[in-house]
Design a protein. Structure first.
Length: 179
C-alpha cells in the first residue's frame, strides 16, 4: 500500500520566483504580494489584462495570478491572448471571488491552469505556487479545499497580523484599505 507523505512547504520553494499579480483591487494585490515576498518571491503588480500583457513582454515571469473581473481587459480575454501570443506553458492561476457553479470549468477551458477563490488562505496559495512552479511533487489532493468560505475569515485582524508576519506597517495599510 502506497502511503503518501504529508506535504511540508519549504520556505525556499518560492525564492527568486518571478510572480505577476494581475488584480484591480489594491487590497488583494497587497495580501498576495505580502505573502509571496515573505517567501522570497519577486513580485510585479499590474491592475488589468492590458498591463499584464505588456509586463509579460518586458519581463521574464514564472507564474501569473490573474483576477477574472477587471476593467480595460478581463482575465478571460487576457489568458486567451497569453495562450495565443505569449506562452502556452506559462502557469496562469485564476483568482476570483465568484461562487457560480461552472466557473472553474469555464476558466480552465479559457486557458487558465488552475483556480483559486478569494479570499484564500496562505497555505492554499503556497501549495498552489509549489505545484505550478514545479518545485514540489505533491499536487493538491482531490478533496482539499482551495478557498475559505467567508471574507471575514481572511480579513480579521489576527489573520492580517499573521499574513503580515509581524509587520505593523502592513497591518496599518490593510486596516486603512479595508476601513
Amino acid at each position: 500500500m502506497d502511503v503518501k507523505q504529508p506535504f511540508i512547504f519549504q520556505a525556499t520553494m518560492l525564492l527568486n520566483s518571478k510572480i505577476l499579480i494581475v488584480d484591480d483591487d489594491r487590497m488583494n494585490r497587497l495580501v498576495a504580494t505580502t505573502i509571496l515576498k515573505k517567501y522570497g518571491a519577486v513580485v510585479c503588480e499590474v491592475v488589468n489584462g492590458a498591463e499584464a500583457l505588456k509586463a509579460l513582454v518586458d519581463m521574464d515571469i514564472d507564474l501569473v495570478l490573474m483576477d477574472i473581473q477587471m476593467p480595460v481587459m478581463d482575465g478571460i480575454k487576457t489568458v486567451s491572448i497569453i495562450r495565443q501570443k505569449v506562452s502556452r506553458s506559462l502557469p496562469v492561476i485564476a483568482l476570483t471571488a465568484s461562487v457560480i457553479k461552472g466557473d472553474k470549468k469555464k476558466y480552465l477551458e479559457a486557458g487558465m491552469n488552475d483556480y483559486l477563490r478569494k479570499p484564500f488562505k496562505e497555505k492554499v496559495l503556497m501549495d498552489m505556487m509549489a505545484l505550478w512552479l514545479n518545485k514540489s511533487k505533491r499536487p493538491l489532493l482531490k478533496n482539499e479545499p482551495t478557498h475559505v468560505s467567508t471574507t471575514a475569515q481572511l480579513y480579521n485582524l489576527s489573520n492580517i497580523k499573521m499574513i503580515g508576519f509581524g509587520n505593523d506597517g502592513f497591518v496599518a495599510k490593510m486596516v486603512k484599505i479595508f476601513v
